[in-house]
Ligand binder design. Structure first.
Ligand SMILES: C[S@@+](CC[C@H](N)C(=O)[O-])C[C@H]1O[C@@H](n2cnc3c(N)ncnc32)[C@H](O)[C@@H]1O
Ligand code: SF4
Length: 341
């Protein structure tokens, strides 16, 4: 007989859990200046040893337990998820978990042309691809790894051909680095069915040396685009959506803005994050994780893990972005490449 349907937990602010972001590696083949600056992630950087990473079976088991708490949407991320060997094997395991209705992945696109078919065949639904400029000069300065725009565009095309569309494209805007690329990027992706989403540069981790004056705000980005291509707001597709939506009034499609610095959206945040080594984080800006790997490897049953997750989510109080101030800047936050965005 099936277990009775469990009640779904909410945290101390009444927020349910709906999305799970799973980081599958803390490694990456790029060194984006706002995420893994080369000075901090050089040759001698100590990445997680393989034995510390959750295995694919451990990840799928946890994902299955999370669905009993309300998770319906899973996003694979990293580091760069496509550098984890045999990723389609994990995708197939997750695609077979009954409660997962939406299975997606965020990637820098460098290895996407090679892997898109295998990922789609394994059951991946959609991909989000990061691209911070559409000219090589700016993009190579941002990724600090000599990767040209054409490489990422080839990944986007391969993903579309494999049925992984509609593709979302993430562009982080950092003052003094790529704000001049906002309009060219809007122009390039208007009318293509690909949804470009601009992300305010966030104070995740410490290695990027974030400063408030390096943030280009959502309002600045919107007015730059609106001056050339008029925009109007659109309703959200669902509660808790991170991107505000706007459409071009001439019918050339929509864009998104993720304004987590200038317009924080903690109030309806329903996301949990699992690091590659099995730590649960209930906020992107959390200072400490909750060790699920120890529980799994200590022999806990599914019911014990379920109860532990309910306790952890029920105790959740996070609303970092709403509290952001000089005092929060110095907190010992985890890095974006570890937790995955
Ligand atoms: C950490 S990456 C992981 C997945 C993959 N490597 C990629 O770049 O798409 C996830 C997303 O976070 C964004 N990101 C990284 N650091 C950021 C920061 N400091 N502020 C805002 N977005 C950031 C990236 O641009 C990317 O779109
Ligand atoms: S944003 Fe993604 S691609 Fe860039 S360094 Fe971070 S993990 Fe790598």
């Amino acid at each position: 007989m099936l277990d009775p349907l469990p009640t779904l937990p909410v945290d101390t602010r009444g927020r349910p859990i709906h999305d799970l972001r799973i980081s599958v590696t803390d490694r990456c083949n790029l060194r984006c200046v706002y995420c893994m600056p080369r000075e901090a992630y050089g040759r001698d950087h100590a990445f997680l040893p393989r034995a510390e990473l959750l295995t694919f079976e451990e990840i799928a088991r946890l994902a299955g337990i999370f669905t009993r708490l309300g998770v319906e949407k899973v996003r694979l991320t990293g580091g760069e998820p496509l550098v984890r060997r045999d990723l389609p094997v994990l995708v197939a395991l997750l695609a077979a978990v009954p409660g997962i209705r939406d299975l997606t992945l965020t990637t820098n696109g460098v290895l996407l042309a090679d892997q898109a078919d295998a990922l789609a065949a394994a059951g991946l639904r959609r991909v989000t691809v990061s691209l911070d400029a559409d000219d090589d000069d700016t993009f190579m300065r941002m990724n600090d790894s000599g990767v040209p725009v054409a490489r990422v565009l080839a990944g986007i095309e391969a993903a579309e051909a494999a049925g992984l569309g509609p593709i979302k494209i993430n562009m982080v805007v950092k003052q003094g680095w790529n704000e001049h690329a906002v309009l060219p990027m809007a122009r390039r992706f208007r009318g293509t069915g690909r949804v470009l989403r601009f992300i305010e540069y966030m104070d995740v981790g410490h290695t990027n040396g974030w400063r408030l004056d390096e943030v280009v705000t959502a309002d600045e980005i919107l007015s730059t685009i609106d001056a050339e291509y008029p925009l109007e707001p659109m309703p959200p597709t669902h509660a808790g959506e991170v991107a505000e939506r706007y459409r071009y009034t001439d019918g050339a499609g929509e864009i998104g803005i993720i304004a987590s610095v200038s317009r924080p959206f903690c109030g309806d945040c329903s996301r949990a994050r699992l690091s590659a080594d099995g730590q649960l984080y209930t906020c992107l800006f959390a200072t400490a994780g909750h060790d699920l790997r120890a529980l799994l490897r200590g022999g806990a049953t599914d019911a014990e893990v379920d109860a532990d997750l309910r306790r952890a989510w029920g105790a959740r109080t996070d609303r970092y972005s709403e509290l952001r101030s000089a005092a929060t800047l110095d907190l010992p936050k985890v890095e974006m490449s570890y937790i995955g965005g």
